[in-house]
Structure formats: structure tokens, C-alpha cells
Design a protein around this ligand. Sequence first.
Ligand SMILES: [Zn+2]
Ligand SMILES: [Zn+2]
Length: 188
Amino acid sequence: MDLSAYAEHAVRLVNTEQPARGEDLLRSPDDVPALIAPVRRIPSRVTDGDVARLRSVRTRLRAVFTAAAAGREADAVATLNGLLAEFPVHPRLTGHDASPWHLHLAGDAVGAAEGFAAIAGMGLAVQLATHGIDRLGVCRALPCRNVFLDLSANRSRRHCSDRCTSRANVALYRARRRAREPQPDRHT
Ligand SMILES: [Zn+2]
Ligand SMILES: [Zn+2]
């Protein structure tokens, strides 16, 4: 089991909020099942408290990415360590449904939000420790502020998606063309 793969869930949580587009995909208990389904069983009851907790975790996970991308490593690590302490994993070997023994990081006794936060936080911490803090990125194709994990061989990724890469390329092309155009004569 590759724990660092769980870092993707931290990315998914942060990117439920897209301030530039005025979009927020995490506003009510109805929004929670889609978020946590890839990670754990959906509990029968999801409350406003779960939403509030997940939104608070989201803010702090974004702070981890922002600090890491800005080279403020100590800040990034301190924030992530805070999350790990607040939402500890509860590892448990299980073998349900005839599947081989495998680890669950948060048992059913842990609340929906807490369990998701524990798994996403642990994934991001393992990712950071295994592959380096410079793998945590924030999209540079403004106004997009999505976060991403740079898994490229040469650590050259700058954008959250192909869409943002082509948007940034178009913007760069236009800026260069503007720079080449003759400037209007300001003396007349
Ligand atoms: Zn399982
Ligand atoms: Zn982007």
C-alpha cells in the first residue's frame, strides 16, 4: 500500500474551492459523500459539523501548499504537523469481503470528517517525506489557485492541469506579441 497516493485526497479537498471562479463544492452535508467516497465508507449521517471541520482542514491544507510553493518550508511543515496531531490515523488490519488483509487508516468509529482528514494528512506527509517538499505546487496560471502534486521526473510542473497550461501559453504568446508591436508615438 502506497500511503503517498493518499496525498491526492488532500489535493481534491483543497481544490473543492475555486475562489477565482466563485465556486465552492463543499458547502453542505450533501457535498461530503462525493468527497470521501474514494477513501472510506459513507457514514449514514453527515452533519454540518463535518462540513465545518472539512472546510477548516481545507484552509490549512491550502496553507501547507502555499507555504511550500513559496519556499516557506518550516511553515508548511508546522501546519501539516498540526493537522497530523489533530486528526491522528487509527491503523487497523482488516480483511472484509474476502479481500486480503489490508490496512484501514481510520476505522468506522472515526467520524466522516476526522477520518478523511487523517487519511489525507497522512498521505500528504508521506508524500512530502518521500518525494520532497518541492513537489507541492500551486497553479501559476492565474487566477487559478488549484494545488497539485508535481510527479514529473524533472520537477518542472507549473500548472494544475493541461487546460491551465494551454491558457498560460496563450497568455504568454499574447504578451510577447504585444511587446513586439510598435508603440504609438507619444510625442504627437
Ligand atoms: Zn478495506
Ligand atoms: Zn490551474
